[in-house]
Design a protein. Sequence first.
Length: 341
Amino acid sequence: MVDRRKFLKATSLAGASILAGNSSFGEAGIPNSNPVSDKPIVISTWDFGLAANAAAWEVLRNNGRALDAVEKGVRIPEADPDNQSVGLGGFPDRDGKVTLDACIMDEFGNCGSVAALENIVHPISVARLVMEKTPHVMLVGEGALNFALQQGFKKENLLTPESEEAWKQWLKKSEYKPEINIENKSFRPDKLPGNKYNHDTIGMLAIDAKGNISGACTTSGMAFKMHGRVGDSPIIGAGLYVDNEIGGATSTGVGEEVIRNVGSFLVVELMRQGYSPENACKEAVMRIIKKKPETAKNIQVGFLAINKQGEYGAYAIQKGFSFAVCDKNDQALLIKGNSYY
Ligand code: GLY
């Protein structure tokens, strides 16, 4: 439980790797710098990953399945009205509608996804039911909502007064300009959980005691996007990918660039080739930068990955990308990922 944690620690990736004493090798025989953790383990994006990991850890420490852990974990930010980038209280699109994207993937390669889902607090749980109860992978919009209602989910208003006010302010200029690094101002442990200054998607990856890997990814998408816009988060291979033989990856930031590079699938395939998790994430970021160097200067994209051995790492275009780690030492680590800029 989070209140029993011995540590709440902001540290650097380098510091974490020294503590972990990892000596494994990455691509081209270059020693990698990725921390290793005993299984089970759960990692997730941004500061709000700390609270989400704590919920996932309750499943993992009781020998539960990674799939159950990631679903339970990401439901925490989904239900938090102060978190304006995920679930309830998320920033709306430019029409004032909160539309949610989410996906989930298990150790067997099963996956489920919802996109542009309105009025349902827990899109991740709807995505799981798409995976388990339908012959499909993805449901969108009204079809996703109807399915959720059939499955017993309740319709709720997701637009909080704070997010509605932010939208009204945005309408004055109507300038679509996704903000980068507002999370830089955000590490405020006094505000956890539910740090309203934090932003963007939660992606979570877990390995359970049996060594099986699952992942989940959920977001309200880019603030003030066009109605109907879908980002990377519900796209299997873009916002999330898991291969139980190799590892898993997830992404955060401007989804269009992640989709164009099939980012999370790329990270997992690079790990298959021997890249360490951090170097795989770095290579995926470099593809984005190489293709669109001018665009990349002004956007954030970050990847987070874990391999089958429990090594984890991250890399982002811009400074300020944090991720949270929880393992059997009952630690709650918040780590600053490395970045290009
Ligand atoms: N990564 C979240 C989005 O682009 O919607």
